[in-house]
Design a protein around this ligand. Structure first.
Ligand SMILES: Cc1cc2nc3c(=O)[nH]c(=O)nc-3n(C[C@H](O)[C@H](O)[C@H](O)COP(=O)(O)O)c2cc1C
Ligand code: SF4
Length: 436
């Protein structure tokens, strides 16, 4: 097979349409380009080659370390280091494949699981064999019913073929923003609520069934499946030396053909927007990394894709970045697990301040209060939920500085801003029973 690694960028059209472009550069989505439909097991093995023999001899851990693969679930942590840490613990381990994708502006994991389920499953069982795990738990969002059915079929197909060294169990969890955080998954798998837990111990020390647990994003595992086949040097042939490989990005907002695309890591953001047909008009800013990410000012001046969640949302010039941010913050405040001070008090206050700034008549003291509240949000929660929200809010104040002054002086702008560009779900806090 030809796994062309030139860095031509390749789109996947949403709604299952075959994208009208050449496959060059696609790695994870390569099979899709070959056939135009999700790959069954035989087809998958034909395209990518047989599943390499997985052994707990450390060879794959070393290969992943050398590849420079970093987590594609948002944190960008080196995957090899995580594998090494779990492999170094005593007793049988557990692998958790995180396919929850709670980020509202992202659909890359859903797309990957739909188009290349066996690549993800390959990666999960190979990772399991390399760290001495006896079980793989694939965690999916309960709201995506068709997804569970499709993956159950894929797992059954593999079971009948008798190829996997480790069994895969599928679980469907409550779908809230923080229920996809790694300690939420572990706690749910241990019989509790899908809410973040205090650390330490971190899952790699004591996770599912108190065993050392590797939690990886499904895209990360799919890359691992290719590294196991083609090696770390091949993996580094695209991307940048610091951030090698490709990454899936969900491109939305004011671009001509929104969808999920595979691009080299470290691509200029302007170039990535170009693969979605480019902007539909003049842009006001670009949100990189989703609701936990940051607004980027335009012109983009060569700024490159970072390691955060693979999301780019292009904001048209006439949209209000403050209103978009206020809506996202209200959603994030409603989605907290309500366990720690910053989430119970700090985040709702920041969201209220932002709503006043975006839609109200902000008083003279609002900015000072907002900045003070923002300053004490990061680093104090049980998980990184408040940190992500604070990052988004701070970047909005920076990038939309002129709008902030205008809003403080004259109040909100035109009613056209009622329609949001970002896909913000309703800000409804989950009910107590909805965490299990
Ligand atoms: C509030 C919150 C939500 C998260 N949601 C996801 C998610 O939907 N999918 C995901 O893979 N990681 C998510 N993460 C990161 C996970 O905790 C974990 O770091 C990740 O699954 C590890 O995989 P990786 O190293 O392959 O990126 C979230 C983290 C936080 C703080
Ligand atoms: S910071 Fe928020 S979401 Fe995270 S554990 Fe505390 S209450 Fe839960």
């Amino acid at each position: 097979m030809n796994l062309d690694t030139t860095d031509t960028l390749t789109p996947h059209a949403p709604e299952g349409l075959r994208p009208p472009v050449s496959p060059y550069g696609a790695r994870l989505l390569h099979g899709w380009y070959e056939t135009g439909r999700p790959a069954g097991l035989a087809e998958h093995l034909d395209l990518y080659g047989p599943l390499p023999r997985a052994a707990a001899d450390g060879a794959l851990v070393t290969a992943v370390e050398q590849s420079g693969l970093t987590g594609r679930g948002g944190g960008g942590f080196p995957t090899g280091r995580k594998l090494r840490a779990v492999a170094g613990k005593r007793g049988p381990a557990v692998v958790v494949a995180n396919g929850m994708e709670s980020e509202p502006a992202s659909s890359k994991d859903e797309t990957l699981l739909f188009l290349a389920p066996h690549l993800v499953l390959d990666g999960a069982v190979l990772a399991a064999a390399s760290v001495g795990a006896t079980t793989v738990h694939l965690c999916l969002a309960r709201t995506r019913v068709g997804q569970e059915r499709q993956l159950a079929q894929a797992v059954e197909e593999r079971r009948r073929a008798g190829r996997d060294p480790v069994p895969v169990e599928i679980h469907t969890l409550p779908h809230h923003f923080v229920s996809s955080e790694e300690t939420s998954l572990v706690n749910w798998l241990n019989g509790g609520d899908a809410r973040p837990q205090a650390t330490p111990p971190r899952p790699f020390e004591k996770g599912v069934g108190r065993r050392p647990t590797l939690v990886d994003n499904v895209e990360t595992l799919a890359h691992l499946a290719l590294i196991a086949r083609y090696g770390p040097d091949w993996f580094r042939e695209t991307g940048s030396p610091e951030t090698p490989g490709t990454t899936l990005v969900t491109l939305s907002g004011a671009v001509r053909t929104p969808g999920v695309y595979e691009v080299p890591m470290g691509s200029p953001v302007a170039r990535a927007l170009g693969v979605a047909g480019g902007p539909t008009g003049r842009l006001g800013a670009v949100l990189a990394g989703g609701f936990f990410g940051s607004w980027l000012p335009v012109p983009l001046n060569g700024v490159a894709l970072g390691r955060g969640a693979g999301v780019l949302a292009a904001l048209p010039e006439d949209a209000c970045g403050l209103a978009e941010t206020a809506a996202a913050l209200a959603y994030l405040a409603g989605q907290s697990a309500g366990q720690c001070g910053p989430c119970r008090f700090g985040l709702p206050s920041v969201a209220e301040d932002f709503a006043e700034l975006a839609w109200g008549r902000p008083g003279a003291t609002l900015l000072e209060r907002l900045n003070r509240r923002l300053g004490v949000l990061p680093g104090r929660g049980g998980c990184r939920h408040p940190d992500g929200a604070a990052r988004l809010a701070a970047s909005a104040l920076r990038v939309f500085g002129d709008d902030v002054l205008r809003h403080v002086r004259y109040g909100p702008c035109s009613p056209a801003h009622d329609a949001l560009v970002l896909p913000v779900p309703p800000a409804r806090p989950p009910k107590e029973e909805e965490w299990r």
